[in-house]
Design a protein around this ligand. Sequence first.
Ligand code: SAH
Ligand code: MG
Length: 198
Amino acid sequence: MINENVIKQLKDYADINNVPIMLDDGMDFLLDYIKKNNVKRILEIGAAIGYSAIMMCTVGQDITVTTIERDEKRYLEAVKNIKKVGLQDRITLIYQNALDVELDEEYDLIFIDAAKAQSRKFFEKFEKNLVPGGTIITDNMGFHGLVEKDPESIESRNLRQLVRKIKEYIIFLQDNPRYETRFLDVGDGIAVSKHIYE
Ligand code: SAH
Ligand code: MG
């Protein structure tokens, strides 16, 4: 079992260093989903310091996570944290831009928690690695209420673009006939897209 104090340390580190780790209610939802749906093999886009990968492993001894991080400082912190909790045999950490990573394995769950504007790219790139009937969960859908706004009312050009991208992604998910997507108001908003058997 993982020491509660270590988890607390990871959260404190994230807090102090502005690392956007998953919020508690989102985390609770994710862990519950993994348990109830018998998820064993997980691919995560956006490891940050390894917090969510470590948490997902706490659901069961037979869970494995492959996770990708492009930021060197966070990657190094994740390496250290994963060693600290002794999960180096169950968590495979890849230091690279996820858009350049090629994987052959299949996963029961793909958790997208990286650059918000690129969620659709990650979805389209990695859905070939999803087992039939598997699930793709995307974090950061709500963007703290901004998505509800009319993009034209947002002054910053970058923010406007970002909100547009997220809106486009929501429509892409809603209109995707191969997945059934639910949007949940937990954390910063989560999309749960379950692949439909053909
Ligand atoms: N899942 C983590 C939080 C991830 S924060 C947790 O809850 O503990 C998002 C991370 O995605 C950041 O560390 C950022 O560096 C990384 N990221 C963003 N775009 C990426 C990309 N294209 N490839 C790999 N990592 C990316
Ligand atoms: Mg997130």
